[in-house]
Design a protein around this ligand. Structure first.
Ligand code: V47
Length: 395
């Protein structure tokens, strides 16, 4: 048993050791505890039970293909109304997206693209041929595209049920859905902050239908605005229950609020301690998630390295020098656009862990792997198998 000055942590540690899911009250106690060292030790043990000494990273490319968006989320500094903000609006053609992804070579294993609810770009006519073109040119690259909010928009605009639109995306090569759009599931929060995007029930349902079809996904939570600690914990519990119903989430990524240039800027920046508490609490609450990701673009490399001792086991990707991340760069991140994988390996090694190169679905690659080497030394992860899902008709 970990020594702790906070008596509230003792029964929680017992539950974690016994594999008993933590309650809402437990989660709030973790977020409130003054004993950060004990919290860290508990989360680190939970991390090491999942992934041992491994900490993962991916060689990837990251693109925000359009920032034109009419969802009007109050935390967002990225979205542009093309009629009023012509100078800020960026909408890439399919050829531009393709060229941008390949700009710095083909030695990468993931293409991560998210964009706005753009009536001109967010359509199956734009995406399906582009996805097939990527899969043909770069069979070793997994497509991690869209958030559930974007796919919900696609389904509504084409008047298709979720299972249909997801089947078409999968057929064109979709491997993974990004975790954004989840924000905070609380109805109170969504009404005030993001009333025009997919609601919580449909966000969860869309991921569950995707998992049933063999499409993997991630999950996120935006923290540091007007949500309560209780709402944060309820969000984690909703994800945990969803993973029970229809497994397929690989990683949870806490998204620290960035305040520059949006309507919630009065909320300010999250603190380092809030960030660290969030990682540890997520690791302990989400016993059925394999990975907790400390995304360097969002937290900065320094907080990410510390987070490895507070439950995180992943630092996300290099991004390549494509210069295309705009969600966090419009909102004040001090992170650059690119991290060399040698830097990931140095920081992970210095933290006492073993750096492991992965793709989106956690197949493992030697650090110096190149596409022309083929698959001989790739260690395949257990693949998500499509399965019939009772009651998930899609609409
Ligand atoms: O849903 C937007 C967030 C998300 C701000 O799957 C903001 O690995 C903080 O999908 N401050 C989109 N957050 C990003 C996304 C994502 C990010 C990291 C990893 C993964 C993954 C996916 O970005 C949105 C929203 O929650 N966001 N503006 C802001 N000012």
């Amino acid at each position: 048993m970990t020594f702790t000055t906070d008596p509230a942590l003792r029964p929680i540690e017992h539950k974690v050791d016994e594999g008993i899911p933590l309650s809402r009250e437990d989660g709030v106690a973790l977020l409130r505890t003054g004993d950060l060292h004990a919290l860290g030790r508990m989360a680190k043990r939970a991390k090491e039970r999942k992934s041992g000494k491994n900490v993962f990273y991916v060689l990837n490319r990251y693109i925000n293909s359009t920032n034109v968006c009419y969802a009007g989320c109050r935390f967002c500094s990225f979205a542009a109304d093309e009629n009023k903000e012509r100078d800020r609006a960026v909408r890439m053609t399919a050829d531009e997206v393709f060229a941008k992804a390949l700009e710095t070579g083909t030695n990468f294993n993931q293409l991560h693209i998210v964009g706005g609810h753009d009536p001109r770009q967010l359509s199956l006519d734009y995406w399906l041929p582009l996805m097939r073109r990527f899969k043909e040119a770069l069979p070793h690259v997994q497509l991690s595209l869209f958030t559930a909010a974007e796919i919900d928009y696609l389904a509504r605009r084409h008047r298709l049920p979720y299972d249909d639109v997801l089947a078409q995306l999968k057929d064109a090569g979709l491997d993974n859905i990004n975790g954004g759009g989840a924000e905070v599931f609380s109805e109170r929060f969504r009404k005030l902050v993001c009333p025009n995007k997919v609601d919580a029930a449909n966000w969860l349902r869309l991921h569950e239908v995707a998992h049933a079809q063999g499409i993997a996904s991630n999950a996120t939570m935006l923290y540091g605005t007007i949500e309560t600690l209780e709402e944060r914990v309820e969000h984690l519990i909703a994800l945990r229950e969803s993973q029970e119903r229809s497994p397929g989430f690989n990683a949870f990524i806490p998204l620290a609020f960035h305040p520059d240039g949006n309507e919630l800027s009065d909320c300010g920046w999250t603190s380092g301690l809030d960030d660290i508490r969030m990682f540890a609490t997520a690791r302990l609450m989400l016993h059925n998630f394999d990975h907790i990701k400390a995304y360097w673009m969002i937290q900065g490399l320094k907080v990410c390295q510390v987070a490895l001792h507070f439950g995180a086991d992943d630092m996300d990707g290099t991004h390549g020098s494509t210069d295309e991340e705009r969600i966090y760069h419009s909102a004040g991140t001090q992170s650059g656009q690119y991290v060399d994988d040698r830097e990931f390996r140095r920081l992970i090694g210095e933290a006492g862990y073993v750096p492991v190169r992965r793709n989106t679905t956690y197949d493992l690659f030697p650090p110096d792997w190149k596409p022309e080497q083929g698959e001989s030394d790739v260690v395949r992860a257990r693949r998500l198998q499509p399965r019939a899902m009772a009651g998930a008709s899609g609409d």
